[in-house]
Design a protein around this ligand. Structure first.
Ligand code: C5P
Length: 243
């Protein structure tokens, strides 16, 4: 992909996707302002989008030149997903998630509808146990199913894949060097225990295993309770381990 001025400026930012998980738009904007010197991508999820809509996304874009990751996890018939992807294409998100299990035609419909966006295939949700995966009807275990879904997504034109840290190596091997691999479920080594991420890897470990971007939320956003400067410092500290 062509590297423009905006992207070259971002090269000093760490390969971190900050999960902007807050129900308050004012807080979301403050988080972005506090951290944007270090964060390459801001992830806005379904709760954010259903509450604040396109105007909310524009408000975030108004305070940062970092990329937007619209985590809508689309999953429907191709025609409907195409319409949904077109509906958000004016927001020019760099990443837009779809469930890879929607199949090749659905993924391709999203790709065709949003040429400036990396359609991002979500493989197997890490909230699913092996039992769940088998009960749903996947014929293989979660690792092999995730690899299969990643292959389908990339063949259908997806530019990026979301997977668990434990699947990075196998998926990188299956899809080659080009697709962008994005992984949540990372925790800095010094992160306080006690939240709900279970099978984790450090950000550095995930990147050295083959991920291009790590999704981090609470290890950075929890520091907001101590103020904007504390949050900025925390983002800077985690970023320094990655650049
Ligand atoms: O706060 P934390 O660092 O756990 O945030 C991780 C973000 O990544 C959240 O927005 C969460 O919904 C998302 N995510 C995840 N695990 C997945 C997929 C998405 O934690 N398998």
């Amino acid at each position: 992909m062509h590297i423009d001025r905006k992207q070259s400026r971002q090269m000093s930012k760490a390969p971190i996707v900050l999960a902007v998980d807050t129900p308050e738009l004012v807080t979301a904007i403050e988080w972005v302002k506090a951290t944007q010197d270090y964060i390459s991508v801001y992830k806005l999820g379904l709760e954010f989008f259903l509450t604040f809509g396109s105007e909310g996304v524009k408000a975030i874009k108004g305070v940062t030149d970092s990329d937007i990751f619209l985590d809508l996890k689309l999953h429907d018939i191709p025609h409907t997903v195409s319409g949904a992807a077109k509906a958000v294409s004016n927001l020019a998100p760099r990443y837009l998630t779809v469930h890879a299990s929607g199949g090749a035609a659905m993924i391709k419909a999203a790709v065709d509808a949003s040429p400036k966006t990396h359609v991002t295939g979500v493989t197997i949700l890490t909230s699913l146990s092996e039992e769940d995966v088998s009960e749903i009807g996947y014929g293989k275990n979660s690792l092999d199913s995730a690899v299969g879904l990643a292959r389908i997504a990339v063949a259908a034109g997806a530019g990026a894949i979301v997977c668990s840290p434990l699947e990075i190596a196998a998926i990188r091997k299956a899809v080659g060097p080009t697709p962008i691999i994005i992984t949540p479920g990372v925790r800095p080594a010094d992160s306080a225990a006690g939240d709900d991420q279970v099978r984790t890897m450090t950000p550095k470990g995930a990147i050295s295993t083959g991920a291009n971007l790590v999704v981090i939320g609470r290890p950075i956003t929890q520091s907001w309770s101590a103020g904007a400067e504390a949050m900025r410092d925390r983002a800077a500290q985690i970023a320094s381990e990655l650049i």
